[in-house]
Design a protein around this ligand. Structure first.
Ligand SMILES: *Cc1c(COP(=O)(O)O)cnc(C)c1O
Length: 378
């Protein structure tokens, strides 16, 4: 539900309930202008220059803020542009805590901040009960960054506990919720201060645009700094991509539901397959994070899962080259199913098991997808 009682599905379907006052158009226009004229008193009106903010971006941001139950949202030219703006204010002496297994691009950025700016970073084991708390340095830790579920092992981190631990230490909690869009998880309501999505993935949903989003629970100094960082670094989302993102989001709830149903069917089917050591999917009752996932996700358990292939890295790579429907490509959240040998993609610093195949499940028929994996494993 949004604050005014509208269900998220309805909000999404209507693209924020848009009607153009002048023309009656039910789809917002793309406003490509880079600059905005002042009024006849030489005052700035709503906009100045499109690197600061632009009307098409503002429309998608308003919808995103409602989806997250946020005070405000900012759209960026990619997920990593958003992450870079989030961490931009950190300097020497600041301490960041993040999971050891996490999206490798963010881990790379944190290592870079450590090398070049003197930011101290502690990586914790997301499967350890009190590992997050143990990694905290009260008074010094300024940011706790978590993912849920953790990519690509899909361990579940309890956002409510993480928020308590972060806030007790005087730190902010940022949540990368890329794998769990707001139709299934609303991180701010679980206590996060800022929620992040690579909108490239589920929100856009069609593997045809790059975008990122940050949404905040409070309009504070940190948020102003993030906004200023976007302007300074030029990471704003372009008007065409903003328009396309809004278009994609209109079907988010339908896509996600189908994708999650397919993922659960695949997970159940392969749970006891002889070619597979383990299926990592929080929707399985056997998954250690199942209970927490049930508490913080509303409805489905997501459409990302990983298979640990019997026979090691070589066998795993062989399976990834033998699927016909699952495309051997990186990324996730699109309507087409993808398969990936994650350790190959992440390189030598990867903390991911070498026999892990990550599946991003699309909206195809579950039977077709299962048959495809069966023949690849045979
Ligand atoms: C893809 C991804 C990112 C980075 O987003 P881009 O849009 O590729 O810049 C960050 N976190 C997670 C979990 C992702 O999957």
């Amino acid at each position: 539900m949004t604050r005014n009682g509208l269900s998220l599905d309805t909000l999404l379907a209507q693209g924020g309930h848009f009607v153009d006052r002048e023309t009656g158009a039910v789809v917002p226009p793309i406003q490509p202008t880079t600059t905005f004229a002042r009024n006849d008193r030489y005052e700035v009106t709503d906009y100045i220059y499109s690197r600061n903010a632009n009307p098409t971006g503002a429309h998608v941001e308003a919808v995103l803020a409602k989806l997250e139950g946020a005070e405000d949202a900012l759209a960026f030219s990619s997920g990593m542009a958003a992450v870079a703006a989030f961490f931009d204010s950190l300097g020497a002496g600041d301490h960041v805590v993040a999971p050891r297994v996490m999206y490798h691009g963010v881990a790379d950025l944190l290592r870079r901040l450590a090398d070049r700016r003197g930011v101290e970073v502690s990586f914790f084991d997301a499967t350890g009960a009190d590992a997050l708390e143990a990694a905290i340095r009260p008074g010094q830790t300024s940011v706790v960054w978590i993912e849920t579920c953790v990519n690509p092992t899909w361990d579940v981190i309890d956002i409510r506990t993480a928020a308590k631990v972060a806030h007790n230490a005087g730190a902010v909690l940022g949540v990368d919720a890329t794998a769990t869009p707001p139709v299934t998880l609303r991180a701010l309501e679980c206590g996060a201060d800022i929620v992040f999505h690579s909108a490239t993935k589920y929100l856009a949903g069609h593997s045809d645009l790059l975008a990122g989003v940050l949404a905040t629970g409070a309009m504070n100094e940190r948020w102003q700094e993030i906004q200023a960082a976007r302007t300074r670094m030029g990471g704003v989302l372009g008007a065409f991509e903003a328009w396309l993102l809004l278009r994609g989001m209109r079907t988010l709830h339908l896509r996600y539901e189908r994708q999650a149903d397919n993922a659960l069917a695949i997970a159940r089917h392969f749970e006891s397959h002889t070619g597979i050591e383990a299926v990592l999917y929080p929707g399985l009752e056997s998954h250690p994070g199942h209970e927490i996932a049930r508490q913080q996700m509303t409805g489905s358990f997501g459409a990302m899962l990983s298979l640990l292939i019997a026979g090691g890295a070589k066998a795993a790579k062989r399976v990834a080259t033998r699927t016909r429907l699952f495309l051997p490509a990186t990324s996730l959240g699109g309507v087409e199913s993808l398969i990936e040998h994650r350790a190959s993609v992440e390189g030598p610093l990867s903390a991911v098991p070498s026999n892990l195949l990550r599946l991003s499940v699309g909206i195809e028929r579950a039977d077709d997808l299962i048959a495809d994996l069966e023949q690849a494993l045979a």
